[in-house]
Write a protein that binds this ligand. Structure first.
Ligand SMILES: [Zn+2]
Length: 125
């Protein structure tokens, strides 16, 4: 682990805390859909099972029912969880620099640093 990443974990309260935050947000998005789902025909299913389902065969249907923003956030959360595993967390996916800590605190699943995010939103990357 590099010095800057050590500093990152100190500032953010550790890898486990980030993982927890990401999982919590993921659950939040999925439970929004779960509420709708529950109103439908299947009422016996528990939220925890639903999350398993969401990551397996039901993923496609789920993704159709979520809004674009929710779907995009969910994807970004998944990618951030992967980066946690591979040691790439907090590193800008465009320029390779460490993402600003206040930004990661606000958006723990951020893919880009502030500068690259702007470029991304302008369609430049
Ligand atoms: Zn960047």
């Amino acid at each position: 682990m590099s010095m800057s990443q050590n500093n990152l974990w100190n500032e953010l309260g550790g890898k486990d805390k980030i993982k927890e935050l990401l999982e919590k947000k993921k659950k939040e998005i999925l439970s929004l859909y779960y509420q709708d789902f529950k109103e439908g025909q299947i009422k016996t299913i528990e939220p925890e099972d639903f999350i398993d389902m969401a990551t397996s065969g039901y993923e496609r249907e789920l993704h159709l029912s979520l809004s674009d923003t929710e779907r995009k956030t969910l994807e970004e959360i998944e990618q951030a969880l992967q980066r946690l595993e591979t040691g790439q967390y907090g590193i800008c996916q465009n320029c390779g620099k460490t993402i600003q800590i206040p930004r990661l605190k606000a958006v723990p699943w951020a893919r880009f640093c502030i500068k690259c995010q702007q470029m991304y939103e302008e369609g430049l990357i």
